[in-house]
Ligand binder design. Structure first.
Ligand code: ZN
Length: 229
């Protein structure tokens, strides 16, 4: 249940800027320290995530990309790809599924991280939509009769070893993030438009990490549903 995670390449796919840090920031930092090559895909531009009446969607999208790049760099992530869909409008369409499959075939990750779309009472529709599109995209990425044209231009099939779902309905794996919790918090702090108003961010993150780690005997943890692919 608590065996060590290692990977050569990881693909972390979140709906919004900041989701990857919240979901798996400590584990991502840990993998980066082990020399894992990490790529982020951020599906939406996060252009509705503001309560500031003077903020526009255009400006918010620009600022959030900068925040996301800075946060990713703090964790040691090498590459951030922005798909720039409108916030709140993600749907798990065949086109989105194919898009996910294309990135998986291209980057050939050992591990994929994303949202658990089966989580009950999860409010945000984008989290569900992205979770489903990634899971379905994994099937399209690994079976050669999906998107046969891609194989003909060299984007051949790829099967990641593991899928890690964060905020999981039924977690079955805990990652020890005792050494990287501070990096996770520092990365989250870079999302100023989202978190500057949250005065108890640090306390909440420490509390959540302590609770997640406790059953496995870790001072701090992140829990996932780990699917072997
Ligand atoms: Zn989100």
């Amino acid at each position: 249940m608590t065996n060590e995670t290692t990977a050569n390449r990881a693909l972390v796919i979140g709906a919004h800027p900041d989701d990857n840090e919240f979901g798996a920031g400590g584990t991502i930092a840990k993998l980066a320290q082990q020399g894992c090559e990490i790529t982020y895909i951020i599906c939406t531009n996060g252009n509705k995530g503001s309560h500031d009446p003077d903020m526009t969607s255009y400006r918010l999208a620009e600022v959030r990309e900068v925040e996301q790049r800075t946060a990713a760099a703090r964790l040691g992530v090498q590459q951030v790809i922005f798909l720039r869909y409108n916030d709140g409008e993600m749907e798990p369409t065949p086109a989105l599924r194919a898009e996910m499959a294309l990135y998986i075939r291209h980057f050939k990750p050992t591990i994929v991280f994303t949202h658990d779309p089966w989580k009950h009472y999860m409010l945000h529709p984008d989290h569900r939509a992205v979770g489903f599109a990634v899971i379905e995209g994994i099937v399209s990425a690994r079976d050669h009769l999906y998107m046969p044209g891609l194989g003909q231009i060299g984007l051949t099939v790829w099967r990641p070893q593991f899928l890690y779902l964060w905020s999981a309905e039924q977690p079955d794996h805990t990652e020890d993030i005792s050494e990287t919790l501070e990096l996770k918090i520092a990365a989250l702090r870079e999302h100023h438009t989202q978190l500057d108003g949250m005065t108890d961010l640090e306390e909440r993150m420490r509390q959540r990490a302590a609770e997640a780690g406790q059953p496995a005997g870790f001072a701090a943890g992140e829990s996932f549903r780990r699917m072997s692919l």
